[in-house]
Design a protein around this ligand. Structure first.
Ligand code: FAD
Length: 416
């Protein structure tokens, strides 16, 4: 069924009884050409682009829980292309262009809202760094505007401009940045991949990877063995564990990142705003909730929930920037497991096993990367050649010492 305004009208007139399930629920087949482990945003997008761009059909996505139950449904939904370094810059630029055509591509409303991202700066040094970043964005063909303090005050009148500890000097405004509804992105890709014949198999955990003579031959799962000519690992926070099934030790640590949402309020925050001095960022959802977050919890863990000290730290940072949010009541908080690399940049590469591919290390920025990552990973799997915008996301860069350290914080997983 194709979605359209006319369809909504017709279904409404028929009491909304004609809607079909959004994807099938197939039994796993004994063999596929390509098996994708992980039904998060990246896995689903990879399946979709394998089918759409490369005409491949015999594909399964194996998900141990339910589609969208991982980080793709737990993030704070920020979409942007405001990177500085060659390697990251062209990749996120490509990803943002895919976002801009995504709803038409998927025939699904993912509520992509280009409301603008403003990164605040609070010192001369930070202004220089943001000016340099803005120039890199413009050179890449994206948009960036350097705002002074008065420019910020006009757009963000609710911030505390009188605080003396971290005075607001200005901000880097990225008008094409914004947000999208996270689980709609998972559902949209799932539906579009299913329509192109991809089998989406939920409640199917991969427990082993079969290798013979240096080549992958399939996977072991909780629903039986499945043969495959190619296997792709796209499991975000579980990357280290699943890669270990193939004897691979990844340069990845898993850390918790929390997020928070308040009760619904009237529209008051029009953009995505990030605080340059405390790790705090905020936007307002279409339902009215203020959605915000901060730093990692600072210790490695596989628990998808965080602890109170970081909750307190994030609230404190938020209150110093915009004291008005002290009046809002926090409705709920949650955590996700982030696959952190030592340089903060991702990995899209082949492995030492023939036919085994890996896409991981998205740290806490992998939601905006979903279309770009799916596109580039599908290209690699289908053609065995790296897609140019993602060509620097190599696994061996950690051995070669050629890091892609966007933050410049050095080789430590929890600092990116
Ligand atoms: C609180 C929070 C805020 C964030 N905010 C942003 C943001 O604003 N912008 C942004 O760009 N990024 C953000 N991120 C990061 C982003 O959500 C992740 O980088 C991205 O979603 C990870 O990729 P994914 O969607 O494929 O992961 P997931 O959705 O986690 O998908 C991986 C899937 O693999 C499955 N899996 C694991 N092991 C197995 C197995 N053995 N067999 C089968 N399946 C398996 C899991 O169940 C899971 O569904 C945030 C993350 C969190 C937690």
């Amino acid at each position: 069924m194709r979605y359209s305004g006319l369809q909504v009208l017709a279904q409404g007139l028929m009491g909304n009884r004609g809607w079909k399930p959004v994807w099938r629920d197939p039994e796993p087949k004994p063999a596929y050409d390509i098996v994708i482990i992980g039904g998060g945003g990246h896995g689903l997008a990879t399946a979709f682009y394998l089918a759409k761009e490369h005409g491949l059909g015999n594909i399964a996505v194996l998900e141990k829980g339910y589609l969208g139950g991982g980080n793709v449904g737990r993030n704070t939904t920020i979409v942007r292309a405001n990177y500085n370094l060659p390697g990251n810059s062209e990749f996120y630029s490509h990803s943002l262009k895919l976002w801009e055509g995504l709803e038409a591509d998927l025939n699904y409303n993912v509520m992509h809202s280009q409301r603008g991202v403003i990164n605040l700066f609070h010192s001369d040094g930070q202004r220089d760094a943001y000016a340099r970043r803005g120039n890199a964005m413009i050179n890449q063909g994206d948009d960036a505007i350097l705002l002074d303090r008065e420019g910020c005050r006009r757009m963000l009148p609710y911030l505390d401009y009188d605080q003396t500890r971290f005075p607001i000097y200005g901000g880097l405004y990225h008008p094409r940045g914004g947000t999208a509804r996270h689980d709609a992105v998972a559902w949209g890709y799932a539906r579009a991949a299913d329509r192109r014949g991809v089998d989406l198999i939920q409640q199917c955990e991969v427990t082993g990877i079969d290798i013979a003579g240096g080549k992958v031959t399939g996977v072991q799962t909780t629903r039986g063995a499945i043969r495959a000519a190619k296997v792709a690992i796209v499991v975000a926070g579980r990357s280290g564990q699943v890669a270990a099934m193939a004897g691979l030790r990844l340069p990845v640590e898993s850390h918790i990142l929390q997020a928070f949402v308040t009760e619904g309020l009237k529209p008051c925050i029009d953009h995505v705003v990030t605080y340059g001095m405390g790790h705090f960022y905020i936007s307002q959802s279409d339902k009215g909730g203020l959605v915000f977050g901060g730093d990692l919890d600072f210790y490695a863990s596989y628990a998808a929930r965080g602890n109170l000290p970081m909750a307190e730290h994030v609230m404190e940072a938020g209150l110093t920037l915009m004291p008005m949010i002290g009046k809002a009541r926090v409705l709920r908080s949650w955590g996700g497991i982030m696959d952190m690399t030592p340089d903060g940049s991702p990995i899209i590469d082949k492995t030492h096993v023939d036919g085994l591919y890996i896409d991981c290390g998205w740290c806490y920025g992998g939601f905006k990367a979903v279309p770009g990552s799916g596109f580039s990973f599908a290209h690699l799997i289908a053609t065995d050649r790296h897609h140019e915008p993602a060509a620097r996301f190599r696994l061996d860069r950690f051995r070669r010492g050629v890091l892609l350290d966007e933050e410049g914080t050095g080789s430590q997983h929890n600092l990116h």
